[in-house]
Ligand binder design. Structure first.
Ligand code: OFO
Length: 169
């Protein structure tokens, strides 16, 4: 049976992953409406991945005898000034998600729940990849600056970028 504190922490993580999915969906939609179709594709895919992250948690909680709670979500931000703001938001969001995951891991150690600790290692590794990717993208955007030809190519390339799909692990 899942420890109550662990169940609550995992359910909070369910909410965060669901919020990630909605947030990326909102940014994808904004990008699509502003001629940034490559960025939109990238963010639509990312939104789907976040939903998989949420589902993986929901299934784990139930499998371990807990009750997963499907939460209500606040509406995500839906106005952005451009690509820089989008990816700065994305990195800030992922940094917050990482902190939350580390809190769950810490709690697992406190209550000696080694099974959930093992399960959470997948999320720890995923966050390293996601933060690194967001930083790389921001580095590229900073390099391009306001060069429109550079931004055009950046958007085009992002549309075909396929991160390793680790959500199926
Ligand atoms: Fe679920 O990895 Fe981002 O938030």
């Amino acid at each position: 049976m899942l420890n109550e504190k662990i169940a609550a922490a995992l359910n909070l993580q369910v909410k965060l992953e669901a919020q990630s999915s909605q947030f990326y969906l909102s940014m994808a939609s904004w990008s699509e409406n502003h001629g940034l179709n490559g960025t939109a594709e990238f963010l639509f895919r990312h939104s789907d991945e976040e939903r998989q992250h949420m589902l993986k948690l929901v299934r784990f909680i139930n499998e371990r005898g807990g009750n997963s709670v499907i939460p209500a979500l606040p509406a995500p931000k839906n106005k952005f000034s451009g690509l820089h703001e989008i990816f700065e938001n994305l990195l800030a969001h992922e940094t917050g998600v990482t902190e939350s995951i580390h809190k769950v891991v810490d709690l697992c150690l406190q209550v000696k729940d080694y099974t959930t600790h093992h399960f959470m290692q997948w999320y720890v590794a995923e966050q390293i990849e996601e933060e690194a990717l967001a930083r790389t993208i921001l580095d590229k955007l900073n390099m391009i600056g306001t060069d429109t030809a550079g931004l055009y190519l950046f958007d085009r390339d992002l549309g075909t970028f396929l991160p390793q799909d680790s959500s199926a692990a």
